[in-house]
Every structure is written in structure tokens, then in C-alpha cells.
Design a protein around this ligand. Structure first.
Ligand SMILES: Nc1ncnc2c1ncn2[C@@H]1O[C@H](COP(=O)(O)OP(=O)(O)OP(=O)(O)O)[C@@H](O)[C@H]1O
Ligand SMILES: [Mg+2]
Length: 223
């Protein structure tokens, strides 16, 4: 039997009486990269926040076997702190020992290509670099499950491809289970081994697709 990192069964969630998630069920194998795709407003971010443990729900089973870290849809970098300052503050708030966080930050920054940007302020870097900094902010929390909410939004084609390769490398380096949410199937297809397709709200999983992720991740692990 497959080792499973996340199990969701019959998940229901509403906001103020208005139903968003109407019985979402899925299983995510440990160590895999999966995608979740669905139209705007169907509840993808809500689902990801529930998996991260920062949002409650009304009904169903949610089992997250491991330590999740969420990279939110909107970047949350404080403008008056450098990237390094932002990242180390996140570690401090979550009580990751300073030396451990520092070591992880430097190591993961080199995989992300962020080493030369750590002393810059958010306004001095591009959107893509800020996006990578918020991924780094999640990685210093030492997660084994990385939850990425729309990581490709606003990036050009080359940057999307580069970020996909980087995500695959991070997964391998830190033995992560990775869940990527997007409203574009194309962006998920090459990276993900499996893609869960959500309906309009009130939403359910309507289809599961095989992605090209297995081949992609093998290639990325050789490169
Ligand atoms: N805190 C909240 N209070 C009330 N309604 C909310 C809240 N958060 C989300 N919603 C509503 O729940 C629905 C799902 O929102 P969510 O952000 O999860 O969708 P999404 O699929 O991530 O959308 P997008 O593709 O735009 O990122 C939307 O109709 C949204 O307006
Ligand atoms: Mg969203």
C-alpha cells in the first residue's frame, strides 16, 4: 500500500452559510508532487489553508501526516525588513532555533538562486524573486509537506519553467510532499504526478488526471 501524506474525506466548508467545499475527497502519496486545479473562487486557497491547519472546516476528515508549511497566494513580506530579516522572523515566530533556520535558509537560498538577494528589501527585487523568498520563508520552518498557492501567477514562461525545475529540486533535497494549487492546468501538468480537478463552487473533485511529473522529476533529479 502507498504511504499516504494527506487524506481528505467528505470535506465541507462554508463561509457565513454559503457553501464553498461540498464534500472534497483526495489522497496524496508521501513524497509526490500533486496539483489541484479549479476555476477562480472554487475554494482552492480555502482547501490549502485547511491542509495547513490555519483554517477550520465544518465537516469531514482531514489527516495531514507531517509538518505542513503554506506559501500563500499573496506574498506577505514586510517592506521594512530585508528578505533575510523576513525569513528569519518567520522562523522565530514558529520557534525554529536560530542556527537551524540560518543553515536551512542559506542552503535552500542556493537551490532557489536567492543567495545574492538576501540582504535586499522586497521593493528592490522582482515579483519572481519575492515569490521565491516566500517559498524560502516556508522552508525555514522545516516542513515535510509544502503547500504552494498559485506560485506561477504573474511569471513569464521562462520563469515558470525555471520555478518548476526548482520545486522539483527542493522536493528531492528535502524529501517533501508538494501540493501546488493553480487555476491553469498547463502550469501543473509537467510538474505534477497527479492532478485533482475541482468543479465550480460549491466544489468537489470531479476528475483526477495523470500529469507528466514522474518523467519531469526524474529529468530534474539528473540535471
Ligand atoms: N474569509 C472568508 N470569508 C468569507 N468568504 C470567503 C473567505 N475566504 C474565501 N471566501 C469565499 O470563498 C470562496 C472560495 O475562495 P478561495 O479563495 O478559497 O477560492 P480560490 O479557488 O482560491 O480562488 P482564486 O482562484 O481566485 O484564488 C470565494 O467565493 C471567496 O469569496
Ligand atoms: Mg486562491
Amino acid at each position: 500500500m502507498e504511504d499516504v501524506a494527506i487524506i481528505v474525506r467528505g470535506l465541507r466548508k462554508s463561509y457565513g452559510g454559503s457553501l464553498v467545499l461540498d464534500g472534497v475527497s483526495l489522497e496524496i502519496p508521501r513524497g509526490s508532487i500533486v496539483g489541484i486545479v479549479g476555476p477562480n473562487g472554487c475554494g482552492k486557497s480555502t482547501l490549502l489553508r485547511i491542509l495547513a491547519g490555519v483554517e477550520d472546516y465544518d465537516e469531514g476528515v482531514v489527516e495531514v501526516r507531517g509538518r505542513p508549511a503554506l506559501v500563500p497566494q499573496e506574498t506577505i513580506l514586510l517592506p521594512w525588513r530585508t528578505l533575510r530579516g523576513n525569513i528569519m522572523l518567520a522562523a522565530k515566530i514558529r520557534r525554529v532555533p536560530r542556527e537551524v533556520a540560518e543553515k536551512r535558509m542559506l542552503e535552500a537560498a542556493s537551490i532557489l538562486g536567492l543567495t545574492d538577494y538576501l540582504n535586499m528589501y522586497p521593493r528592490e527585487v522582482s515579483g519572481g524573486t519575492a515569490r521565491k523568498a516566500s517559498i524560502l520563508m516556508a522552508l525555514v520552518l522545516l516542513p515535510d509537506i509544502l503547500l504552494l498557492d498559485e506560485p506561477f501567477t504573474g511569471l513569464d514562461r521562462d520563469s515558470i519553467a525555471a520555478l518548476q525545475e526548482t520545486i522539483a529540486r527542493l522536493r528531492r533535497a528535502y524529501k517533501l510532499t508538494v501540493v501546488v494549487v493553480s487555476h491553469m492546468l498547463d502550469e501543473l501538468y509537467s510538474l505534477s504526478e497527479r492532478i485533482f480537478v475541482m468543479s465550480h463552487r460549491p466544489s468537489k473533485i470531479v476528475r483526477i488526471e495523470e500529469g507528466a511529473g514522474l518523467r519531469f522529476n526524474l529529468r530534474a533529479s539528473k540535471g
